[in-house]
Design a protein around this ligand. Structure first.
Ligand SMILES: [Zn+2]
Length: 69
């Protein structure tokens, strides 16, 4: 099933499922990087796919990217 995400739905998801805030106001597709603000105040960019499916819901400081594992 192909669920269609809008910026409103994404904003809602971010609010309910993370401590981060969505800063971007437009969503053009799953490959677009969205801007978020982490609970610590850092801003970071991530695609919504990564944010949602890979649980990358914080900045690189609070949640360092996992490499080679
Ligand atoms: Zn952070």
């Amino acid at each position: 099933m192909n669920k269609r995400w809008t910026i409103e739905k994404i904003n809602d998801f971010v609010e309910k499922n993370s401590d981060s805030k969505l800063l971007s106001t437009e969503y053009h597709g799953f490959s677009q990087k969205l801007e978020f603000e982490c609970a610590c105040g850092n801003k970071f960019e991530k695609t919504f796919t990564k944010f949602k499916n890979k649980n990358q819901r914080k900045c690189d400081v609070c949640q360092p990217p996992k490499e080679s594992r």
